[in-house]
Write a protein that binds this ligand. Structure first.
Ligand code: 5GP
Length: 184
């Protein structure tokens, strides 16, 4: 059994970019593929980026206890971590990573306190806003909603075991790799 690493942090802090760069560098690190009720963005592949499921299917997964954790993120869609895959990879001894929101991380903390919890921080709040606007994938209303969530989420850093400041991407990736390969 290895120790699960749970990565969380405010929206647009660059968790996705960080995790992609980590796996380019080290493909042996397993990343959980979440289920979500939101629609795929252009270029997103079902089963690779997410399992894109209907509302009904998501409810079925909850009822059958198939999700390790789940949450409604940004007040809109539901996202959750399929439990079976996580357990399989931990039992096989693979370095394993979840990239989830704060509510989800808290649920994992409750059910799997032996996991290691890592928080990604932006260099500053101004930089976080710049990244959120720069991404351009959300409309104004959605961006407002995500910013409000981000402000609340920033205050949660102290609940985590480790903090990574995502300033220089390369340094942040190396920091994360060290943690995931040796989560002691
Ligand atoms: P996006 O829609 O931009 O792909 O993701 C929105 C948010 O959902 C991100 O903050 C991401 O961390 C979170 N998220 C993705 N998968 C999961 C999951 O399985 N569980 C939870 N709780 N949050 C998730």
């Amino acid at each position: 059994m290895t120790r699960l690493v749970v990565l969380a942090g405010p929206t647009a802090v660059g968790k996705g970019t960080l995790v992609r760069a980590l796996r380019d560098r080290n493909p042996d690190i397993w990343l959980s593929v979440s289920a979500t009720t939101r629609a795929p963005r252009p270029g997103e592949i079902d089963g690779e980026h997410y399992h894109f499921v209907s509302d009904q299917e998501f409810s079925r997964m909850i009822e059958h206890g198939e999700l390790l954790e789940w949450a409604t993120v940004h007040g809109t869609h539901r996202y959750g971590t399929p439990r079976a895959a996580v357990l399989e990879h931990l039992e096989a001894g693979h370095p394993s990573l979840l990239e989830i929101d704060l509510q989800g991380a808290r649920q994992v903390r409750a059910s799997m306190p032996e996991a290691l919890f890592v928080f990604v921080e932006p260099p500053s709040m101004d930089e976080l806003v710049r990244r959120l606007v720069g991404r351009g994938t959300e409309d104004d209303l959605e961006r407002e909603r995500r910013l409000r969530t981000a402000e609340v989420e920033m205050a949660a850093a102290r609940e985590f075991d480790r903090i990574i400041i995502n300033d220089d991407l390369d340094a942040a990736v190396r920091h994360l790799e060290t943690i995931v390969l040796d989560p002691t």
